[in-house]
Design a protein around this ligand. Sequence first.
Ligand code: CTP
Ligand code: MN
Ligand code: MN
Length: 544
Amino acid sequence: MHCHPLSLCYPLRFCDAVMSLVPLKRRRRSEPVPGGTTSPAGTFPGVCVFLVERRMGRARRAFLTALAQGKGFSVTPEYSDAVTHVVSEQNSGSEVLMWIERQSSRPVEHGGAQGGPQFLDITWFTESMSVGRPVGVEPRHCLGVEEFPAACNKAPETLPYACQRRTPLHHHNQEITDALHVLAKAASFEGSEVRSLGFIRAASVLKSLPFRLRSAEEARGLPWCGGHCRTVIQEILEDEACREVEMVKISDQYRSMELLTGIFGVGVRTAERWYREGVRSLRDLQSIERKLTAEQRAGLRHYTDLQQPVTREEAVRAELLVKDALQRFLPEVQVTMTGGFRRGKQQGHDVDFLITHPDEGALTGLLKKAVDWLESKEPTSALLGGCPMNPPPFHYMGMLLYHQIKERSHGRRTASITMDGHETCFSIVALPNGDTERTGLDALSPEPVSPHGAGPEALASWRAVRVDLVVAAYSEYSYALLGWTGSKHFERELRRFSSHKKKMSLSSHRLYDTEQCCSLPATCEEEIFAHLGLQYLTPSDRNA
Ligand code: CTP
Ligand code: MN
Ligand code: MN
């Protein structure tokens, strides 16, 4: 059997071991009844019975299966599309639906007319047994499946695109969305971007719900929340953990991939290649350091610092530093903090800045000049918010520990969405600490600091922080601001909405109407939303 190198396959023993660790109330799923066979033909073509074990019990199910098979009925031990008659005892239609979806981890159609199986009470079965053939289905046999039971709890409008909904930073379903994000990551680690996006979309829908889900059933009908997603919801609500998620989290692949992709400069593809080559730890990577890119080497060197979230207070100090460097060369330069901090996050993996000026010519070369200045500068500047510094000279590098400037491409269309044609600088800055004073001479060490444990970084009065700088033309500023505020999923949805619903192409430079063949100017973000016929969302509602 072909198996993707990163597909999450577990030996049976491993599963058992995991299950004993996971505090699930209901660990067992019903198993196929021994002796149960699928004989699609049977004596009665067009009839394939599935007996629901819930409340019926395993022994009675086995007995009824044998009885029906003895009379020539086709009874299938596992739910499949071939099933025409779902028979249950003492369950409502909704309970049956949920139970099957949970067992088979997929959405189930119901109602014979629409092509799905009929959900029947045991009376249909016993009557059929007594006459020795399937009796006609009458309304009294049928189990009703209620529509969305908690109508009062339904989101007022759960529109399909994230840019049509408010998604606040703090929401009501964090445990569930965290779990879905684990599955999204695992899918992405396996190279399955489509599946990954499915989980991200489901999580994003749940983030916008104005209430806490009390059952998986309440998620029925929400966009992107199919059977798999509802299984996750149900297990978390009932058992406080989802077995699939817990297994993923402790798997070697997931843990290694998470570690490797957590290094600045390492994407999923690189991590996957390294994983296949046996790389499991940062130590393994150090032994092949010569093969790493400069970016990855910097990521490895400052791994410990970069793992530590950047606080808002640090972001503000980074802003002072960046502004100071830029203002030296262009006093009236406008610097705006974008990314997660603009959306109201209190911490992030980096600090993002958008830079502009009405005189677009003045922006040319600005980034390079500011970067050169920072590079030549010790991280001891007195202008950093007046924080107390008592530093000996900082010899071996300036305030820039790493940087890579990418020029704006002049092509009409940039191939890479990530670059989006802006002049950008992805950097690692030595941010002086706000309160602690430099201690010891370790910070003077010309040796690269160790990514393991407390290296000189821990003693130094600075710490490495990722900073992204983006220069935008003044005329395109609103589009750049919208494009670099995120979240990433919000941006993806905004572009998808523009092209699918409005026949417009949105980038961080412009909105192009492909039918009118013209670009639509905008002087603020509100105008862009208006061009798209969308209700304006403040940055704090874009945490999709
Ligand atoms: N972005 C981009 N191209 C990149 C990197 C980021 O267009 N190569 C955009 C993203 O779409 C997002 C914004 O820049 O809108 C910020 O990205 P990022 O810093 O990765 O994420 P944040 O939302 O700021 O999250 P965090 O707080 O963890 O940094
Ligand atoms: Mn960011
Ligand atoms: Mn960023």
